[in-house]
Design a protein. Structure first.
Length: 264
């Protein structure tokens, strides 16, 4: 999400040739910044071979901020504690920025994830299939690395342009798990910006706002359902609360995120 309302490429907005030429350089710059998450070695947080890592948000040391050109107002991310438990707090008021996890993992080895989240409220009048409504109080992204060896001819041309300009490939695709504003939003929809991203609504509407909700996902199953194909093996995570299109406000919380193998 780079620009308000009409031109906001982000993690999930990678339809390179839909962009106006004047915004192309800005677009590639953001995608390459995201791609740096794949340059670090695989995660080694956990001694448990069935759990790759668990982020309890004792600090933001495992995450880096991701800001977007032409969006001057940024969402704030802080750590808070309550009775010995720490959690991430995202405050968005007409703003957008994200946190990108610094490490990556193989989703065929660790295809599952779980987390606990909470929101203060949903946004009003935010149609999910329009760019003007592409704001959510909380999102958890799974971002997949582009592999030129398995890409088609058209994609190789597009991604080669990006690599020549910035030295790295942008991501291949994303799954974007959201707390949807509309309680009748379809469970899986295509991003209004690009068919390289799918939005998956795990919660819908404001009925459960203000309460903690536990989520558990199967990344492989969701990707196949969303895209009708197998994903690239290398992935990473990102978190965002955004309200720059709607101009509204929300406070959202993440208690933890855990990536693990099947059978746990």
């Amino acid at each position: 999400m780079i620009e308000t309302s009409t031109n906001r490429p982000y993690i999930d907005e990678m339809s390179i040739f839909r962009l106006h030429p004047l915004s192309l350089c800005t677009f590639f710059a953001v995608l390459i910044a995201i791609a740096f998450m794949f340059l670090l070695p695989p995660s080694s947080h956990s001694q448990n071979t069935t759990i790759l890592f668990r982020e309890d948000f004792a600090s933001l040391g495992n995450w880096r901020p991701l800001y977007f050109p032409k969006i001057p107002k940024h969402t704030t991310y802080t750590i808070e504690a309550n009775e010995g438990n720490t959690f991430l707090v995202a405050q968005s008021t007409g703003s957008a920025s994200a946190l990108a996890y610094k490490e990556h993992f193989n989703i065929y080895e660790y295809p599952r994830a779980r987390w606990r989240w909470k929101i203060s409220n949903i946004y009003n009048n935010a149609p999910p299939q329009k760019k003007s409504g592409d704001d959510y109080p909380i999102r958890v992204y799974v971002v997949f690395k582009y592999d030129p060896e398995t890409a088609g001819v058209i994609d190789r041309v597009k991604y080669s342009v990006a690599r020549k300009l910035y030295g790295e490939y942008p991501p291949h695709s994303t799954l974007n798990y959201v707390w949807a504003n509309d309680d009748v939003q379809k469970t899986i929809i295509t991003s209004p910006y690009t068919d390289k991203a799918r939005l998956i609504a795990l919660q819908k509407g404001g009925e459960k706002a203000g309460t903690w909700q536990n989520e558990e996902i199967n990344i492989l199953k969701d990707y196949r359902a969303a895209f009708g194909a197998d994903p690239p093996p290398t992935a990473s995570l990102a978190i965002m609360s955004d309200s720059d299109n709607t101009g509204q406000s929300a406070v959202s919380y993440l208690d933890f995120i855990e990536v693990f193998k099947d059978g746990q």
